[in-house]
Structures are given as structure tokens and as C-alpha cells.
Design a binder for this molecule. Structure first.
Ligand code: 86U
Ligand code: MG
Length: 485
């Protein structure tokens, strides 16, 4: 494989596409907007799932699996839930040569698939809370620029759908799930995110309120929704007649939530940490954390070197460090260094004749390129420490870069200047829908309009007399604004 040919600063879109392909995470497919997830990508997906699935089970959520297909009349059940989404719905209209009597939609999300059965299963308050999740794929036939992991016509996600007797229980779960999403990004993918609430314009129209974790890509100056946790209120309970007899014998409608993260998480990680050598994997999601490479010298004892590599891998694997070796003779050490750097392996170990003599190995970090010689007797402890340090350094570096992009503004002019400087804008806002619509209209351009990303749950104080940057009305919230994916 050739090396990287595009630089991250020169052409971000082409750089990204090259990274995901050359790191062997993605293979492009012959249907636009569809991508093959190769093992490196799938192993990251599985690692995140291995964290998230037990966590939601601890919360009493059970996995189920609902059909991929939904009938037209059920899908159209509620216009404002589907409003504007209709063009994205993919339909099955034939089987073999014959047309289907009634076209069948492929799920773009599963509210309308699940909720008729929620109505059937929920009768009394003892049937509550009902808390289900499914790990599945969904299809949204989008036309705006398809991007591996970030925007694809089919993607993997988990979708949680829960029903409670009281709003308080629903409100609490929304935030518990949002905290898990923060951990997925910050503790595993080493990507800093902001927890916040979506505006009335940006929220899920079918719900009561939407919370999200928002990431930011400094290179493009665009925000990206990382994951989302909605409180649906009783909107869907009304639509689907999901009610129950409470302990006083009265009929009440349930309070519902729905929440999801998707394979988009992987793309955000690539965009944030990748560099001009290719992918950079945070150790916690790296299927191989350490690659051991023999450095044979012309008359050196290659057998002894290879044996040292094998015992190093063995020792690391015994200590639960995911290590592998590359002893292929038809590739030079130099070729292997750039190959495994391209693949984002966090740590490389080089073992040559000099290292053998001194009973040491050379460790090379993928994040900083730093090299350090370590006695073989201290191998495991040093490798474990360095892997932790790489995980932390990736997060801290990403957080510093993201924070450096944040610009606090107070006026419209400051806002447009910051927007054109690719900033993540923090502004006092009157929280009025028309003002957001107006700001969107005024910032339309070939880079896309500015929009609200979220109002952070952690709200700074609004000092007396602070006015909205756009309308001049009294400010109600500090809100992040920017262009987005
Ligand atoms: O975002 C979530 C969390 C998991 C469950 N769903 C909610 C809301 C999804 C919002 N949404 C998002 N996209 C959609 C695309 C469609 F084609 C369509 F018919 C419906 C939708 C749609 O409802
Ligand atoms: Mg969409």
C-alpha cells in the first residue's frame, strides 16, 4: 500500500477518506453512501459495545430485536414525527419479479415499529418501567455528502426505547444515558464532548426535549452531534395510546425516552486524532495496542531476535496488553514502521542486535513519536504506563485544541467573525426559535449555515443586563453555535 498522499491541513475531506481506507478500517462499496466496515473498524464498534451494553443492563434495560420493516400506514402514524424525513425513507416495493401489494419501509429509526407493541404490552403500572434497547442497523437514504462513519445510508447504532409511569423517572434516565455517552467519547475514544440541551429548532420534533453530547472538529471548524438522548414526554403515548392504570386505578399515559449512538463515533475519533501519517488509535479501542518489530542487522542472529520478539509478545499478552509481532521477511523495518503507523497502532517495539546485547527494547509512541529504551525486566510495567499516558495525552491534546477553538461573543459582528474563523462560538441567547431561524438564514453560505449545537447543562451565570448576541433581547442561555456536520 502507498503511504498517505494528502495532508490533514491541505484537504481535510480527502485526507479523511485516505486515512479510513489506508488504515484498513473502510472499503468503499459500489452503492454510494454505503461502506464496508473492515475488522479494525468492527473491533472498535465491539469495544464500545462491550462497555455500553453491560452499563445499560445494570440500569435494567433489556435487549430485544424488532423487524427491519415497517408498513406505510404505521410509519405515517404521526406526521410531525416523520415530517421532513420522508425523502430519506427507503422502500421495498418488489419481491422477485412481482410488485408487493403494499410497499414496505426499511426502518430509519424504530419508534413506529416498537410503540404499537408497547401499547399492547403496557396495561397496568406493574408493566412499567418498560426498558428496551436494540443493537441494529438503520437506513436513511440521505443525499447530502456521504462520509464514511459520519453520514452513511446504512449505519449501525443502538436505540434505547423506555417507558415510565412518571416524568421524573424519564428525566433521570435521559441524563444517566447522556453520561454514558460522555464516557464512550471521553474515556474510550479520547474525544472531549459537551453535554447540553438542543434548542426547540434542533431538537427531535416528535419529542419533548433533546439532550446530546457535542463534539467539535477543529480542522473544519464544525460541530458534530456525538450521541443523543431524548425525553419524548407523552407525545408518542398519545399517538400510540400507550397508557396504563396507575395504583389509584386511574388511566395515565406513559412518559418515554429514546436514545442512540451510532458508528459515527468511530469517524469522530478518526477526525480528531488522525494525522498525516494516518490513523491514531486510543489504546483503549485499539485491537492491537503494541506491534513488535524485529530489526535484523546484516550478520546479526535473526533467530535470537525473532525469539526475543516472540517472548516479548507473549509476556505482554499474559499481562493483558494486546500485542502482536510482524516478522515478515519480505518487508523492511522502515516499511513496517510506516505501515503500522498508518494503521494507528499506539505503541511500537523495536528489537535489534544492540537491544539484545543490552537486554532492552526500544518503545516508540504513535502519538508523539517519542522513543525510549526500556530494560526487558521492566517491559510490562513500562508498556502499561505508556499506554495509559498515550490515552490521556490524546484526550488532553484534543481538549486543548477544542478549547482553543471556543470563542465567547456578545454581538452579531463578533459572531460572524468567529464563524468565519472556524470557531466554536459561545454566545448569550434569548432562546427564541425565530431568532435561531433568522441567524441560520443570515449565515447561509457554501459552507452551510450556523446553528445552535447545544446549551450546555453546565450553564455559566447570566449576569444582569446580558443581551442576546443576535436579537438584543434579554439573554436566557449561554449556547454553543457553529457550522456542523
Ligand atoms: O434519535 C433518536 C434516538 C433513537 C431513536 N430515534 C430517535 C429520534 C430519531 C429522529 N429521526 C431521525 N431521522 C429520521 C429519518 C427518517 F427517514 C424517519 F422516517 C424518521 C426519522 C427520525 O425520527
Ligand atoms: Mg438525519
Amino acid at each position: 500500500k502507498l503511504g498517505m498522499t494528502v495532508k490533514k491541513d491541505d484537504n481535510f475531506g480527502e485526507w479523511y477518506s485516505e486515512v479510513v481506507v489506508h488504515s484498513e478500517m473502510i472499503e468503499y462499496y459500489d452503492i454510494s453512501g454505503c461502506y464496508i466496515l473492515r475488522p479494525q473498524a468492527m473491533s472498535i464498534w465491539e469495544t464500545l459495545q462491550a462497555f455500553f451494553d453491560p452499563e445499560i443492563k445494570k440500569m435494567g434495560i433489556k435487549n430485544a430485536y424488532f423487524p427491519l420493516f415497517v408498513t406505510e400506514n404505521v410509519l405515517q402514524k404521526e406526521k410531525d414525527h416523520i415530517e421532513g424525513f420522508a425523502p430519506e425513507v427507503a422502500w421495498v416495493t418488489k419481491s422477485g419479479k412481482s410488485d408487493l401489494e403494499v410497499p414496505i419501509a426499511i426502518r430509519p429509526t424504530s419508534e413506529t415499529v416498537m410503540y404499537p407493541y408497547f401499547a399492547k404490552w403496557i396495561r397496568g403500572h406493574r408493566d412499567l418501567p418498560l426498558k428496551l434497547n436494540q443493537w441494529c442497523n438503520v437506513v436513511r437514504w440521505e443525499f447530502s455528502n456521504p462520509t464514511p462513519f459520519i453520514r452513511s445510508r446504512e449505519f449501525l447504532w443502538q436505540e434505547g426505547h423506555t417507558a415510565f409511569a412518571t416524568k421524573e423517572e424519564a428525566d433521570q434516565e435521559v441524563l444517566e444515558i447522556l453520561e454514558l455517552y460522555r464516557r464512550v467519547y471521553e474515556e474510550y475514544l479520547a474525544v472531549p464532548v459537551i453535554k447540553g440541551r438542543k434548542s426547540e429548532l434542533e431538537k427531535f420534533a416528535g419529542g419533548l426535549y433533546t439532550t446530546s453530547v457535542e463534539a467539535f472538529i477543529p480542522h473544519t471548524g464544525r460541530g458534530i452531534q456525538g450521541a443523543t438522548s431524548h425525553c419524548l414526554g407523552q407525545n408518542f403515548a398519545k399517538m400510540f395510546q400507550i397508557n396504563f392504570e396507575d395504583d389509584k386505578g386511574e388511566k395515565g399515559m406513559v412518559w418515554q425516552n429514546s436514545w442512540a449512538y451510532s458508528s459515527r463515533t468511530i469517524g469522530v475519533m478518526v477526525m480528531v486524532h488522525g494525522d498525516d501519517k494516518g490513523l491514531v488509535l486510543p489504546p483503549k479501542v485499539a485491537s492491537v495496542q503494541v506491534m513488535v518489530i524485529p530489526v535484523p542487522y546484516k550478520d546479526a542472529d535473526t533467530t535470537a531476535i525473532k525469539a526475543a520478539c516472540e517472548s516479548t509478545v507473549k509476556e505482554l499478552n499474559t499481562a493483558a496488553v494486546r500485542a502482536d509481532l510482524d516478522t515478515r521477511e519480505n518487508y523492511s523495518p522502515g516499511w513496517k514502521y510506516s505501515h503500522w503507523e498508518m494503521k494507528g497502532i499506539p505503541l511500537r517495539i523495536e528489537i535489534g542486535p544492540r537491544d539484545l546485547e543490552k537486554s532492552q527494547v526500544r518503545l516508540v509512541r504513535r502519538d508523539t513519536g517519542a522513543k525510549v529504551d526500556v530494560p526487558m525486566t521492566e517491559l510490562v510495567e513500562k508498556v502499561q504506563k505508556i499506554l495509559l499516558s498515550i490515552q490521556e495525552n490524546l484526550f488532553n491534546t484534543a481538549k486543548e485544541k477544542r478549547d482553543a477553538c471556543i470563542e465567547k461573543v456578545h454581538t452579531w459582528d463578533e459572531f460572524t467573525t468567529a464563524l468565519n474563523n472556524k470557531k466554536l462560538i459561545f454566545a448569550p441567547w434569548c432562546d427564541e426559535k425565530e431568532v435561531e431561524e433568522d441567524a441560520k438564514a443570515r449565515t447561509k453560505g457554501d459552507h452551510g449555515a450556523a446553528k445552535t449545537l447545544c446549551s450546555p447543562l453546565d450553564q455559566p451565570e447570566i449576569t444582569e443586563g446580558t443581551v442576546c448576541f443576535a436579537s438584543g433581547k434579554p439573554a436566557k442561555k449561554w449556547t454553543y453555535w457553529g457550522r456542523s456536520y
